[in-house]
Design a protein around this ligand. Structure first.
Ligand code: NAD
Length: 332
């Protein structure tokens, strides 16, 4: 079995090599690590492989899937929870096995969400630089207490719930919106309509998947419904947010601050070193000019525990495919 990892980073190699050594497939699977992102231009790299493993910014549209099937690729292993980047209908039609890694470590993303909120609110990133330059002035670093604030969680699945539990520990009042309500979230917070959540929350945190119904869930109309000066946090998928509308809301001060770990056009930027390059994305560059905007490059998942789990579950999904076993994580 020849398996190629696309969009491979050095840490992928470390965690997958280690997981394979522990796995019953050791000796049966030859792993190759390919750095390019998968898309129509790079799909030919998959020739000669039985299975491929992809990440969040690999593009698996109908044309790419048809090419993969033509090359004899039979299994597609997503080493992530979200699956908005694959055309599942085409994959099913082509008889491809597709599996993902759901809920590998909700706490990893939840804790990063809080790291963003705490940094943005208390300006620790700015304080760090000031202190290093011998500037001990506090002007510009004013924050607010999280205790007693209302936090709205949109999408109360595994990550939303883990995030809500941490906020609850800070003494926040929790609101949730999700078309599929759970008893476990009701034990932490109160379910309300999307409109009520937007109107009452001091912090709105997005944790729903990207789909046709959630694309640009946050746009001019919903931004106008938010409490003036509220904070918006997105650690889910970039396209949940209409970035141009968010920039307008920041300019008008309707939106108080923004923390994002994901960005709609992130595939051109994230997971690459562009520090010696020119960045052409004017929208992204505009975002970086706001002092009340904090951006990280899709690192919510990036903990040892999560990477361990991702590698282990991905290889177990492959084992199910090889052994013809029903796979709980399969998507088609
Ligand atoms: P999950 O399936 O456990 O939860 C998603 C929840 O969203 C579900 O309860 C679902 O009912 C709800 N939902 C669906 N449509 C909705 C809508 N229109 N409005 C509100 N809620 C809606 O998934 P999860 O493990 O909690 O992951 C959530 C998302 O986080 C993933 O889809 C992925 O996009 C993102 N994610 C980001 C990172 C990162 O590194 N930043 C890592 C992992 C996952």
């Amino acid at each position: 079995m020849k398996l190629a990892l696309l969009s491979a980073q050095p840490y992928d190699q470390r965690f997958f090599d280690e997981a394979l050594q522990r796995d019953c497939l050791a000796g049966e699977v030859a792993l190759s690590y390919l750095t390019p992102t998968l898309n129509r231009d790079t799909v030919r790299l998959a020739q000669g492989y039985d299975a491929i493993c992809v990440f969040v910014n690999d593009q698996l549209d109908a044309a790419v899937l048809e090419a993969l099937a033509g090359f004899g690729v039979k299994a597609i292993l997503l080493r992530c929870a979200g699956f908005n980047n694959i055309d599942l209908e085409s994959a099913g039609r082509l008889g491809l096995f597709v599996a993902r890694v759901p809920g590998y470590s909700p706490e990893a993303v939840a804790e990063h969400t809080l790291a963003l909120v705490m940094t943005l609110n208390r300006h620790t990133h700015r304080a760090y630089n000031r202190v290093r330059e011998g500037n001990f002035m506090l002007e510009g670093l004013l924050g607010f207490n999280l205790h007693g604030k209302t936090v709205g969680i949109i999408g109360t699945g595994q990550i939303g719930l883990a995030t809500a539990r941490i906020f609850k520990g800070f003494g926040c009042r929790m609101l949730g919106y999700d078309p599929f309500e759970t008893a476990v979230f009701s034990g932490v917070g109160e379910y309300v309509t999307l409109g009520q959540l937007l109107a009452e929350a001091d912090i709105v945190s997005l944790h729903c998947p990207l789909s046709d119904t959630t694309r640009h869930l946050i746009r001019a109309e919903t931004l106008a419904q938010m409490k003036p000066g509220a904070m918006l946090v997105n650690t889910s998928r970039g396209a949940l947010v209409d970035t141009l509308a968010v920039i307008e809301a920041l300019k008008s001060r309707q939106l108080g601050s923004l923390a994002i770990d994901v960005y709609e056009q992130e595939s051109q930027l994230f997971f690459h070193d562009r520090s010696s390059d020119r960045i052409d994305d004017e929208v992204f560059l505009r975002l970086t000019t706001f002092p009340n905007v904090l951006i990280t490059g899709h690192q919510g998942f990036f903990t040892r525990e999560a990477l361990d789990q991702i590698a282990e579950v991905t290889l177990d999904n492959l084992r199910c495919f090889v052994q013809g076993e029903r796979c709980a994580n399969s998507l088609v």
